[in-house]
Write a protein that binds this ligand. Structure first.
Ligand code: NCD
Length: 317
């Protein structure tokens, strides 16, 4: 968006929330807010990325992240190429570097990467000329998800500081949780994680996050209840007894939500396992659930990120 001054991001890439300062986060959220408004008015800015190429390079499944990067790029006028790569043939570092060489030869401007291995986008960023955006790497980070979550919270609660945010469920395997912990603690929120001991990583306590193993204790007076998907595909051994048992103790239903603040909002990054980590009645309750708005804000946040990272290209043009 023209006329919007922006503090320079520490790198020309968005590899994680860790390393960003509150002024970067606030500026990205403000810019995203203006794109959210534009989207609601049905307006686009197709000149901004005209002639630029964005490649979506996804080594893992994705519905909303890949689609919203595509929509975001299109609304800003970029040419988009979607590459889905089967993980079986590309889990060796060497192959990833070959891919990087190929992408470089194709003169890509923006590269959106999702990969099952933590650190893969950062390795690519060292090897390609394009600006790299991490769309989720292993259990490490998912920065645009944390930004869209923060924007959604800010729209409902006004500010992020001093809010009690309970992140619940499979924290151990969640890059969404990790990015949210970095972002929300940088912005002064009071963070809690809630889940069975087998799914809470030891680093939570070191990061200054309060740890709970009981939903009612963890949700008491919370402003925001953020549910996470049980990521069975990342579990190498049985970390939870059964889905039914898990839902009984850690699934969010109306009874457990009752102890949170009366105006607490309920979030989930999707895809949801209904009846496992969240009850449909809560997920679909328009008075509490902001899950649909999270998806809407995903497009706006990704437009803001593409806008900011392409400023360097626009200056050099
Ligand atoms: C998340 C992801 O892929 O990390 N989904 C998403 O991007 N919306 C969370 C998940 O897969 O559970």
């Amino acid at each position: 968006m023209s006329g919007f001054s922006f503090p320079i991001l520490p790198t020309g890439h968005l590899l994680g929330i860790e390393g960003l300062e509150p002024p970067h986060i606030n500026a990205l959220l403000d810019l995203a807010e203006s794109y959210a408004l534009l989207n609601r008015q049905g307006k686009t800015q197709r000149d901004l990325l005209k002639g630029r190429t964005l490649i979506n390079l996804f080594f893992e499944d994705s519905t909303r992240t890949r689609t919203s990067f595509e929509l975001a790029g299109k609304r800003l006028g970029a040419d988009i190429v979607n590459m889905s790569v089967s993980t079986s043939s590309v889990n060796k570092g060497e192959t990833l570097l070959d891919t990087a060489a190929t992408l470089n030869a194709m003169k890509t401007d923006l590269l959106v990467v999702r990969h099952p291995q933590s650190g893969a986008p950062s390795l690519l960023a060292q090897k390609v000329d394009a600006a790299v955006i991490n769309a989720g790497d292993g259990t490490h980070e998912h920065p645009t998800q944390a930004l869209l979550d923060a924007l959604t919270i800010r729209r409902h609660k006004g500010a992020l500081s001093d809010l009690v945010v309970a992140i619940c469920g499979d924290v151990l395997h969640s890059r969404v949780a990790r990015s949210n912990i970095h972002l929300l603690s940088a912005m002064g929120a009071r963070l809690r994680v809630v889940g069975p001991p087998t799914l809470i990583p030891a680093e939570c306590a070191r990061l200054g996050v309060q740890v709970f193993h009981d939903m009612r204790a963890g949700l008491a007076d919370a402003d925001v209840v953020m549910m996470l998907r049980l990521q069975k595909e990342r579990m190498t051994c049985g970390l939870v007894p059964s889905s039914r048992e898990y839902f009984r103790f850690f699934g969010l239903d109306a009874a457990k939500l009752e102890v949170a603040k009366p105006d607490a909002i309920v979030m989930h990054p999707g895809p949801m396992n209904r009846g496992v980590e969240i009850d449909s009645a809560v997920a679909d309750d328009p008075a509490r659930s902001v899950i649909g708005e999270q998806v809407e804000m995903g497009v706006a946040v990704r437009m803001a990120v593409l806008d900011v990272l392409s400023r360097r290209l626009r200056r050099n043009a």
